[in-house]
Design a protein around this ligand. Sequence first.
Ligand code: ADP
Ligand code: MG
Length: 255
Amino acid sequence: MRILSLNNVTKTFGGLVAVAGVSCGVDRGAVVGLIGPNGAGKTTVFNMITGSTRPDDGHIFFAGHSIRGLRPHRIVALGIARTFQTIRLFPGLSVLENVLSGCHCRMRSGLVSSLLRLPGQRREERLVIERAMAELEFVGLAGLWRSTAGSLAYGDQRRLEIARALATEPRLLILDEPAGGMNEQETQELAALVGSIRDRDVTIMLIEHDMGFVMPVCDQLLVMENGILIAQGTPQEIQNNPKVVEAYLGLDEDA
Ligand SMILES: Nc1ncnc2c1ncn2[C@@H]1O[C@H](COP(=O)(O)OP(=O)(O)O)[C@@H](O)[C@H]1O
Ligand SMILES: [Mg+2]
C-alpha cells in the first residue's frame, strides 16, 4: 500500500529549478533512501513533504490526504515527522524538554485546563513525560535526560532529534542526513536504530551520502540530479544503473 505519493512536484527559487516535476511513491513499511549530489534538490523535496516549503506545482498525497500547501504542524498531526540536515534542537533546554517539545501536538488538553491545572491535564502531562522517556530509552539516551541538549556529542544530538520526531507518533519519519558528522560506530548504531524504527511500523525516508549505510538499510532508492528524479529501484538495481553510476556513484572512484 502506498503511504506517500508525489505527483509532478516542482519548486523554483528565482530562476533556479530546484525540483523539476518529481513523481514517486513510497510503500508503507519501506525504508526509502533519497540520494544524489549536493544541490540535487533532495532537501527541498523533504521540505515540500513536511510543509516548510510550498510546491509551485504538483500534488502530494499522504495516507489518503492531499497535504500540498498544509502548514507544518498540520502535517505533523497527520503523522509525518522529520529531522533536519542541520541539527535544530533547543541547546539550552534539557534532553527531556527537547523531546517534550515534540509531544506537544499530541496533547488533547487545551489552554484553559492547562492554566487551571485540572486533574485531566496533570494526568496527561504525566503520560507525555512517560512517553518522552520511553523514546529516549528507545534511542539510547534515557540516562542523559537531565543534560542540556547542547552539551551532547554530535551523534547523540542526532539521536535526540530522532527521539523528538518519534514522540509525535509518526507513520512516516523523514531523516535528512542522519549520519552526518557521525563516526563509523555511531553510523552502524544508527543503521540498527533505523531497523528498529521500521519494526514499529513506521515508514522511513532518508537522505544520506554514505553508500555503505544506504545500501543495506534501504529497500528502495530514489536518485536525484539537478532537480530531476533520474532513477528509482532497489539498491541493487541502482548500483547497476549506468545513469546513476555516471551521475553519482562513480564520483568516489574518480576521487
Ligand atoms: N530557500 C532557498 N532559496 C534559494 N535557493 C534554494 C533554497 N533552498 C534550496 N535552494 C537551492 O536549490 C537547490 C537544491 O537544494 P537542496 O534541496 O538543498 O539540495 P540537496 O539537499 O540535494 O543538497 C540548490 O541549488 C540550492 O542552492
Ligand atoms: Mg540537503
